[in-house]
Write a protein that binds this ligand. Sequence first.
Ligand code: PEP
Ligand code: MG
Length: 315
Amino acid sequence: ERSTRTSALTGAGMMADGTLVPLLANLGSAAAAADAVAKGAEGVGLFRTEFLFLDQAEAPTVEAQQAEYTALLSAFAGRKVVVRALDAGADKPLSFLNDAAEENPALGLRGLRALRANEQILRDQLTALANAAAVTDADLWVMAPMVSTVEETRYFTALGRELGLQTLGVMVEVPSAALLADRILADADFASIGTNDLTQYTLAADRLLGSVAAFQDPWHPAVLRLVGEVGRAGAALGKPVGVCGEAAADPLLAVVLVGLGVTSLSMSPAALADVRGELALYSLEQAQQFAAVALAANSAFEAKAAVVEALSDSP
Ligand code: PEP
Ligand code: MG
């Protein structure tokens, strides 16, 4: 019954059958941590580090980064904190890292590709993170943005381990990574699906371009099928699969994502209470039924409508 929606602001994300789904926060600075905790975040699922690098002539020092990461980890003592390595390029260009002359920057040297071309910046960032982890007791996980191959996964996880980090994963936001999730998760400790970019690349529609905004809908069955690939691979290998794109903040879509095998959801703190309330209404088995219904649709619109109909029929 939708009227039984719980309004608990805090507490662990839990489905009606007791299945736990950690609800985490997307943060852009350590200063935002206290608000996220107050809104019930169980940890951090995406710490975007771009702000440290924006409006700078060059990359910040190891010491400057370490101070920020230490502040973040201290705010989440004993909890999981997923930090993303710098994701520069495309919608987040940096003058000292990206080539402004690229004609298609979303398909260019962005994310991990740009870091590899400037490896010292990546080494410094991973070193700062390892140093911060050593003086705090949060559970630090570090992931790379815009990974598109198994080889990039191996490169990133090996470098992270060399620099003292323990839990290393990748973002799945390119269709190639979703399609090879079983191979990628053989090398990575976890995956986090970025549905904003995954939708952009799956539908071939620039996420910043208003004229194609209608394509930027993560309810699209093509996107959901890719999410399901990653969920299946994670379940088979016993590796966690999160979602940290905007899709996780849509309460009904969050239920569908869990039904596709996603094991944690990360979102803007303002969305946590509604997602927590919606998840509590359904069992994992119901979520799996809704996922099957959504996958069988032909469009984003039909997928959502079919799930809304299915849940009004469900006990
Ligand atoms: C995403 O692509 O879904 C994501 C979470 O990363 P960003 O929005 O920062 O590109
Ligand atoms: Mg992204």
